[in-house]
Design a protein around this ligand. Structure first.
Ligand SMILES: [Zn+2]
Length: 78
């Protein structure tokens, strides 16, 4: 089973950005200006979101997608 981590679990949008943490380099800063990445800042939250949705501003990570998928599977079984 392949899971697409890059689809917003909330609205299903594929328009999203990878969130990058830490002190941004000039290159990274330019990428974020162009809308290619999202800068998460120096403080890394726990749990750490990895993707940001451009449509609904929801942030999520792979674990959340896996949880969602296994939840769906459980519902199918019962
Ligand atoms: Zn979304």
């Amino acid at each position: 089973m392949s899971i697409n981590y890059k689809v917003c679990p909330k609205c299903g949008s594929k328009r999203n950005l990878k969130i990058i943490y830490g002190e941004p380099t000039i290159d990274l800063f330019e990428e974020s200006e162009k809308g290619n990445v999202r800068l998460g800042g120096c403080c890394v939250p726990i749990p750490t979101p990895e993707y940001y949705c451009c449509e609904c501003e929801y942030e999520w990570n792979k674990e959340e997608i896996i949880d969602n998928e296994s939840f769906k599977l459980e519902k199918r079984i019962y």
